[in-house]
Structures are given as C-alpha cells and as structure tokens.
Design a protein around this ligand. Structure first.
Ligand code: NAD
Length: 451
C-alpha cells in the first residue's frame, strides 16, 4: 500500500510512500536484529569513523534536506537549514561519544569489580511531524554510537527527510539493516514496533495522549521508554526586564515553526506595572513577523502542517478574546496569522491545552510568587523563559518553575550538548547532552576474584 504526502504550501501531493503493515514491520525488525548483531561487534574506533562519515554525508546534503523539509513540512528555509545542520552536529558529537563509552572500576575486597556498558539492542524511535529531522537525530545518533541498531518511524505526513537520511546512512558505509526507516501509521507500524520483543528500547516524541499509550504497551515487557511529550510553556516578563528586547524576541518564542513547537512559550505572563508598555512593543513585533512562502529567504513563518490542524488551532480562538493579530497570506496554503489572546478564565482550555499553532495567551501577575504559581498552573513542564535584570530573581524563579528547560533573558531551548526533556506530563527521561548514550546501554557488573 502507498500513502500520499501533501505539501502544506501548495496543498498538492508531492510524493507517495510505502504504508507498511504488521508483517512488513516484523520482517524489518528481524533484519534490524541482524544489523544489531553485526554493528555491536564493530570496533569503537571504526564505529566512530562510520558515524563521522555519516555526518559528512549529511553535511554535504544540507541544502537538499532543507528543501525537502520546506516542501513537505512548510518550514522556513532558514529553519530547515538549521534542522539539517542539527542532524549533522549530533552525529559528529555522538561519534565522539563512541570513544568515551566507558564503565567503572569500583574498589571491593577480594578482587576487582568492573562495569561494562553494553548496547541494549534494537531501538525503536517514533517521531512527530513538527521537527522531523532533529528529533530523529537526537534519538538515532546516540543509539548508533552506543552500538544499537535503529528502526525509525517518521510521522505519516512528514516521512521524506527520514527516507533521505536513511539513503545517506547507507552511502556513508553504515552497514545494511543498522539504520532503517519504517513508514506507515502510528496505530499499525508504531504499535508493532513498541510491542515487538526484539525491540529493546523505545524513544517516543509526540503527544502526551500517545505517550501514555506507548508507556502502557511497553510496560507489558518492562521495556524502557524515553518520552518527549507536549508543552504549554510560560514566558515570564518582570518589570525590571529589558522590555524592548523581551518584546522583540517574544514572537519567535511562540510563532517559530508556526507555533508547532513543543517548547513554544504559548503563555505570556507580564507584570502588571509594565503591562501596557510591554504590550505596545509586543504588538509592533507581532505585526512585523513575515509570514510568507517558506522558500523565500526572508520568510519567518510558514503555513500550518495541514487543513485539519488549522481547523483545530482555529477552534481555540474566540474572536472576542483576540487582542491583536499579525498578517498572513490568503489563498492556497494552510496559513494562520500570529494571534494574541487575552483570556480571563484560568480554567479556559486556551490556557490548559497545547494549541500547537501561532496563538499566544496573555496573563497579568503582580509579584514573583504569583508568577511562579501561574507558570506552574499547567500539567506540562517542558520549557519556559524568564525576563529580568535581577539575576537573583531570575534564578529564584527558575528554581520555582517545574520545567525541564528554562532560559533567563533568552528564548533558546535546545543545545545538543546539554540535556533536554520535560517535567510532569511533558515526558520521562532526557535526550541530548553528554549522558544520552546511557539510555541505550545496559550496565553489567562483573566481579573478578583475586583469591
Ligand atoms: P502524535 O503523538 O500524534 O504522533 C507522534 C508519532 O507517534 C507519529 O509518528 C505517529 O504516527 C506515532 N503514533 C501515533 N499513535 C501511535 C501508537 N498508538 N503507537 C505508536 N506510535 C504512534 O504527535 P504529533 O501530532 O505527530 O506531534 C505533535 C506532538 O508532539 C505535540 O504534542 C508536541 O508537543 C509533541 N512534541 C514533543 C517534543 C518534545 O521534545 N517534548 C518535541 C516535538 C513534539
């Protein structure tokens, strides 16, 4: 069976891709197990060399990968280049980790105690449609470095860059069956990966609802899972902040990738004493966001991923609550304007649920304590920003917010060499950073008697 891939810019079919069934999926997992058995025996120096060669192939293909993503996902060309570069970067970074994968030697009486780190086996990586390239790379680069083989399942609607990356892996010399892309639906291919006993670890990025299902299925086999789930992060602006800078950058913290970003700061919390001044600056910056054809170098925001997703985003927007909006094209393409809402009801679904579009709600707070309470008034805890010129306050508030990734006077969320992941219903475990390979290793303790 084949399924169609549609461009969100032209609304036209741009490719057809295999829709695997459970039998195909099982066959590919058996091959991945064969791939694992050979890959784990590749000496570390050689494995590192092959990952560097894979990284170089990606590096040579940045422009091609970026253009595929622009067409398939509607990402702006500058974002798509960043995403492709991120895959190259994680491959180089974790190629270096192969040579540092070491166990411990622990002092004991009557002998020597050592620990080995052993690759866990076939790893299933299931990714969403919003950042197909980097999110896949955050899983497969450390997994391959640890000596695991990988079956990667892209989202149904955005499989094209994953398929290209698989070609690059083989061209770079990664042995057959070690890195495979399995296309198809979540309920068939995704669940077949999660429940197959040959798959020893699942890395899932996606909605909290599906994350719960995956953790439940994996629990039947005591299979470890890393879960990167939804977000509803706060952007907290204090009266002593550089208001112009905070307002100028705030649109990019929530409208980047058309708001289809788990780290989007979709709740803007502003201190009462500077509310009017800040909102004046913010309105100017929202209205200046360039929403246009994502292939243009000047484009700062593209369309939403699909017509049905646009309908879902729009269902959260009650015209009565709209403070102001930015601009977007009309006609073909799933466009949606940057939208700023003022919602008074603290229990409104606008404040509680992940909208995953270019929509931000604005709330007012009086002091530090209330800011922390409001920021934490969410089932999620993935990201967030704090704007203040008082570093002590910045740290106090960061310590008070239940979230895995915070930035003070900045909107950055991800650096591949620092850990990334969520509190509460935003996830379980951490990706990236120096310890990411541990998620793909079993630890074996061996005691050697000297008696
Ligand atoms: P989704 O949960 O619908 O799907 C994610 C992936 O899971 C897709 O590949 C899908 O086919 C697959 N899937 C669906 N049902 C499955 C099942 N029963 N078993 C196995 N696999 C299944 O999410 P989405 O709509 O593609 O992505 C948006 C969500 O992803 C948002 O909630 C967003 O916050 C989240 N996200 C989180 C992070 C993070 O790092 N925390 C990053 C990006 C996106």
């Amino acid at each position: 069976m084949l399924f169609e891939v549609v461009s969100p810019v032209t609304e036209q079919v741009i490719a057809t891709v295999d829709e695997l069934d459970p039998v195909d999926t099982e066959r590919r997992i058996v091959l991945a197990q064969k791939g694992f058995e050979s890959w784990r025996k590749v000496p570390p120096g050689k494995r590192a060399e092959l990952l560097r060669s894979f990284a170089r192939k990606v590096e040579e293909s940045i422009e091609e990968l970026a253009l595929i993503e622009v067409k398939n996902s509607g990402h702006t060309i500058s974002n798509a280049r960043w995403e492709a570069n991120n895959v190259k970067d994680v491959l180089y970074y974790y190629a270096g980790a192969v040579e540092r994968l070491s166990g411990l030697q622990i002092p004991v009486a009557g002998g020597i105690d050592v620990t080995f780190k052993e690759p866990i086996g076939v790893v299933g990586i299931i990714v969403p449609w919003n950042f197909p390239m980097p999110i896949a790379g955050w899983g497969f680069a450390p997994a391959l470095a640890a000596g695991c083989s990988v079956v990667l399942k892209p989202a149904e609607i955005t499989p094209l860059t994953a398929l290209k990356i698989a070609e690059l892996a083989y061209e770079s010399g990664i042995p057959e069956n070690v890195f495979q892309v399995l296309t198809g639906s979540g309920s068939v291919v995704g669940e077949s990966i999660v429940t197959n006993p040959l798959v020893k670890k699942i890395v899932f990025t996606g909605s909290t609802k599906v994350g719960v299902r995956i953790q439940t299925l994996a629990a039947q086999q005591i299979k470890p899972v890393t879960l990167e789930l939804g977000g509803k992060s706060a952007n907290v602006v204090f009266e002593d902040a550089d208001l112009e800078k905070a307002a100028a950058t705030a649109p990019y913290s929530v409208f980047d990738n058309a708001g289809q970003d788990c780290c989007a700061r979709s709740r803007l919390l502003v201190q009462e004493s500077v509310f009017d001044t800040f909102m004046e600056y913010f309105e100017q910056s929202v209205k200046s966001v360039r929403v246009e054809n994502p292939e243009l170098e000047s484009s700062e925001m593209g369309p939403l991923i699909s017509g049905s997703h646009r309908q879902k985003v729009d269902s959260y927007v009650d015209e009565e609550n709209v403070m102001f909006r930015g601009h977007c094209p009309t006609g073909t393409g799933y466009w949606y304007p940057p939208t700023v809402l003022r919602v008074e009801d603290k229990n409104s679904k606008v404040l509680k649920e992940e909208i995953f579009g270019p929509v931000v709600s604005v709330q007012v707070f009086r002091g530090e304590e209330e800011a922390i309470l409001l920021a934490n008034d969410s089932e999620y805890g993935l990201s967030g920003s704090i704007w203040t010129s008082n570093l002590g306050r910045g740290i106090r508030v960061a310590q008070g917010i239940e979230s895995g990734n915070l930035s003070i006077n900045s909107h950055s969320s991800v650096r591949y060499w620092t850990p990334f992941g969520g509190y509460k219903r935003s996830g379980l475990g951490r990706e990236l950073g120096p310890n990411a390979t541990d998620a793909f290793c079993e630890v074996k303790n061996v005691f050697i008697s000297t008696d």
